[in-house]
Design a protein around this ligand. Structure first.
Ligand code: PMP
Length: 422
């Protein structure tokens, strides 16, 4: 196929290799839970466009909202008020119960803004230091501040080893006996007093490993933050908008964060992220203009958010995600039981990870890579292997995937896995 070959060759020529372009599917069109190439070949999508198309690809209502907003004019975003922005911040408040939101374009920007809000609040409260507590294995995006907050060694090789503004502590993995003593101990070792902490920033499950946070740890962190006047920030850029079978993953912990970070599934593939604010006191010390940026609140993107939020309003999509998530977990458990060396490394609603264990006990990178390739050949689209060492294949279908399509996907996945192992 000349055209697809041209696309790939040209991207390779004019983009650095550090821009990750996964072969072999050249996206031409995406609809529902399917992706199509230029010739009309289709793949069942198990990527949700990197967890953006939670409500399926290109729902009619979202596409129509984008078109009609664009026809109104490609308006500037943040400096002047627009009606669509007013409707979106009101809808976010109604849907989530967080009274304020600040709109950005990428998840990493929302992370940076949360760091800024927390640090400036600490400073307004008369603190000399303002440390951000984060967790080993965390992923918060690829801008500088977000990478410093992240806990992945490979991401940090060119950054100072020990930036005193960030302190990484062990992640409270589900089942571990984590309590805030772990945090106190880490602070003591680093010579940081609890009063110096501006915020604790955490994922409810870690996108890099699919390790889930112990629910009691969420409560511990809440109490700890309240005791020390620190903000609790949950990064739900990945886990939000139904992915885990509740609108947000934090709902299952019974703990409400002070700042809730959203991105990806908030708009269904347009560049929008948001910091949702639980209490207006969190932001009142910042001066006008300090949280704005040129493209945040772009009206065309916000038209997509408005229509997308409407798809979540009656709760049915989230209920479906919980049902399909159970089907996915069951299907993968059966898959793993059929042959030795297969492991499900995490499953939270409509996101799961699998890996192949070698006889020496380690997970295989090459097998993971082959699995993705074998699936693509069979009309099932997955992302390149993820995980801390590239051994985990992540499965994340749109929440709108039907029972039949999920069954079909599992069948193709099973055949592809057999081909990898034999
Ligand atoms: N936080 C989390 C938990 C994420 O998973 C991601 C993206 N994978 C980000 C932040 C960064 O989002 P973006 O790529 O839009 O900057």
């Amino acid at each position: 196929d000349d055209d697809d070959t041209w696309v790939i060759r040209t991207l390779r020529q004019h983009e650095p290799a550090a821009v990750h372009t996964q072969l072999p599917v050249v996206w031409h069109r995406a609809s529902g839970n399917r992706v199509f190439d230029r010739r009309g070949r289709s793949w069942l999508d198990w990527t949700s466009g990197i967890l953006t198309a939670n409500a399926g690809h290109s729902p009619d209502s979202v596409v129509n909202a984008v078109i009609s907003q664009a026809r109104q004019g490609l308006l500037h975003a943040y400096m002047f008020p627009t009606a669509v922005r007013a409707r979106v911040v009101r809808s976010l408040a109604e849907l989530t119960g967080f009274p304020q939101s600040v709109l950005f374009t990428t998840g990493a920007e929302a992370v940076e803004a949360a760091i800024k809000i927390s640090r400036s609040r600490a400073s307004a409260h008369g603190r000399d230091r303002a440390v951000v507590v984060t967790f080993d294995g965390a992923f918060h995006g690829r801008t500088l501040g977000a990478q410093l907050a992240g806990g992945l060694p490979a991401q940090r090789y060119w950054l100072p080893d020990c930036d005193e503004a960030f302190l990484r502590v062990p992640y409270p993995v589900e089942g571990s006996r984590w309590d805030s003593g772990v945090l106190d101990h880490a602070l003591e070792q680093a010579g940081v007093s609890a009063e110096d902490v501006a915020c604790v920033l955490a994922e409810l499950y870690q996108g890099s490993s699919l390790r889930k946070m112990e629910p009691t740890a969420a409560r511990n962190l809440r109490e700890w933050c309240d005791r020390h006047d620190a903000l609790l920030v949950f990064d739900e850029v990945q886990s939000g908008f139904g992915r885990t079978g509740s609108l947000f993953a934090y709902e299952r912990t019974g703990v409400r964060p002070d700042l809730l970070l959203c991105g990806k599934g908030i708009s269904g593939s347009l560049p929008v992220s948001a910091v949702l604010v639980a209490d207006t006191a969190c932001t009142e010390h910042l001066r006008p203009g300090e949280l704005t940026n040129t493209h945040g609140g772009n009206p065309v993107s916000l038209a997509a958010v408005e229509a997308n939020l409407a798809l979540f309003a009656d709760g049915r999509l989230v209920e479906a995600a919980a049902c399909r998530g159970a089907q996915l977990a069951e299907g993968l458990a059966q898959w793993a039981a059929r042959s030795p060396g297969r492991e499900v490394v995490g499953a939270h609603g409509m996101v799961a990870g699998v890996a192949f264990r070698s006889p020496d006990g380690t997970f295989g990178r090459e097998q993971a890579r082959l699995l993705v390739a074998e699936c693509a050949q069979r009309g099932l689209l997955l992302c390149a292997p993820a995980g801390l060492d590239g051994t985990m294949v992540k499965i994340m279908p749109p929440l709108t995937t039907t029972e039949a399509d999920l069954g079909e996907g599992l069948a193709r996945f099973g055949v592809a896995a057999d081909a990898v192992q034999h």
